[in-house]
Write a protein that binds this ligand. Structure first.
Ligand code: FE2
Length: 126
């Protein structure tokens, strides 16, 4: 069964999907079940992935992470997502970009997730 807002990856072709509405079936790609990514919340290595959420004058700035994550061709942050009062916002990034995104919104509670192409899915609450 799929999980709402779950991030699933096909380990054969690399497709990644997010579930908007959960159903009873399993998600299948390239003939096998897609893998549900865990939402990791604590770094143990020197590379920092947990999103840092900062309230700024016109919204929220999310940076990856407490030490800036690399943004190289082979290892980078693919996207940063902010969920704010039930609304989801996502900024896609590419190698060479800053590993951060500013969302110009008002909200009472926010949660951020980011996806590293090597180390997977990470989450923090604001
Ligand atoms: Fe990484």
């Amino acid at each position: 069964m799929a999980v709402q807002m779950g991030i699933y990856k096909c380990e054969i072709c690399g497709n990644i999907v997010e579930v908007l509405h959960e159903g009873a079936g399993d998600l299948v790609c390239c003939g096998q079940n897609m893998k549900l990514h865990d939402e990791q919340t604590a770094d143990s290595s020197t590379e920092k992935h947990v999103p840092v959420i900062e309230k700024v004058s016109d919204g929220y700035k999310v940076t990856v992470g407490s030490t800036l994550h690399p943004m190289k061709d082979e290892h980078y942050i693919e996207w940063i997502e902010l969920v704010a009062d039930g609304k989801a916002y996502r900024r896609f990034l590419k190698p060479g970009d800053e590993p951060s995104a500013t969302f110009c919104i008002e909200a009472s509670s926010v949660t951020a997730r980011e996806y590293c192409n090597v180390h997977g899915l990470w989450k923090a609450k604001g």
